[in-house]
Write a protein that binds this ligand. Sequence first.
Ligand code: FRU
Length: 493
Amino acid sequence: MTLADFEPQRPAMHFAPPMGWMNDPNGLVFFEGEYHLFYQYHPFSTVWGPMHWGHAVSRDLCHWQHLPIALAPNEDGTCFSGSAVVDEHDVTGLFEGQPGLLAFYTCHKVLSGDPEDYQQSQCLAYSRDKGRTWQRYAGNPVLPPPGFKDVRDPKVVWHGPSQRWVMALACGQAIHFYTSHDLLAWQFASAFGEGEGAHTQHPWECPDLFELPVDGAGPNEPATRWVLVVGIGATPDNPFGSLTQYFIGAFDGQRFTNDNTADVVLMMDEGRDFYAVQSWSNTPGRQLALAWLNNWQYANQAPETGWRGTMSLPRELTLRATSRGVRLRQRFAREAGQVLSAPCHLSPRTLQTAGEHCIVVPDGEVIHGQLTLVLEAGTRLALSLQQGSQQRLWLTASDAETLLHYERQGRIGQAAFDEYFACDHAAGSVDGLTVTVTWWCDHGTLEMLVDGATEQRSITQVSFVDHRRQPVTLDVVSGRVEVAEGVIQSVVE
Ligand code: FRU
């Protein structure tokens, strides 16, 4: 018997807590050969509660070692989301001239018997022993409560041109930027967001900010752009629940300027379960990020066996010039390749008969696959990678683009959960009629990247099914599709 026999939902490749509740990734930082992953953690229950920072480390982004809780609630409050950086040159003076780790988190304090009566401030903790133990900074809070309630999730980044640290902070329906020379004293610089992109009644959450080169930029276009990632909070009136949007623009160290008009909404993922995205600090040469693979609309009711919450696989983010402008592009971090079996190549075939066609029945519990489909204009088909017709990606080829639509049925049998879990919605489009779907199925999770000629859509879903030997099928409704290339691999460890 293996652990999987007792916990069929527990993913093998994805990070999940040993027990208890987990939500957002926090404090992602690479330091002295280790990728640190802290996370919002309630160790004593499988529902959200007083927040701790759980902690794990990995040397290869595949195998994670659980470590003791890094931060626990105290008389000042509980520990909400935040980020970590390396203080390489000891500008804080907290590390006796050596490099050390700093964690910026939101201190959440409930002021009365009403849980909605709270204040939030930004605090600092530091570690002199590679993240194994943490002390709270004596000068906390580094940013006191501002007089309005929702101000949280500090993401601290280095801005080279102005030689300053920048903190992006979610403040109501905006992101506020602060700057600092010493990571201790912070000055307000600017606010971005009112009227820009997507808003709900819920405050914005979990910002991230980074600069990336633009693949395919023309000679007269800027070689790099800044990306501002923002979580759109779940509200009962919004059927989608928690979503992650991003803005492309310029950042001069003080102010973010949107390249697009305010009404343009760019989604980082078109599925339902990709929230609180955070990128790793201090990974020169590539921008790695992961997300909480869940949605506040049902996270607390989802099936569980002693633990709740999964992270997405680590992904590498890049920017690409497309006909619609600069867009984020993702790929699964290459490290995952080291645990995969030799590739099994599928023989190319053309399907032009309406009906369901089985492409392959993968052998293994954790599957990585890639299919390239060439669609004739007017073709409509559904691709199932897991759970047969209960979870399908619909592709409809028009003349110049392929429209995507996602469908997930709710048959888990828990009324409160199924009410929001079932979904059937447009998932954007990609340019061209040749589409490559790259995916990972790991027990109750399905992560898909759908590439067109230059555009890409990410679709991330939880399914809460045990994934063993589930066929990959194409259900052709009309038209003709060529399965031009296909590769399937399974995890061999
Ligand atoms: C996002 C969030 C954050 C907050 C944390 C609390 O999922 O609501 O804004 O810091 O979760 O656990």
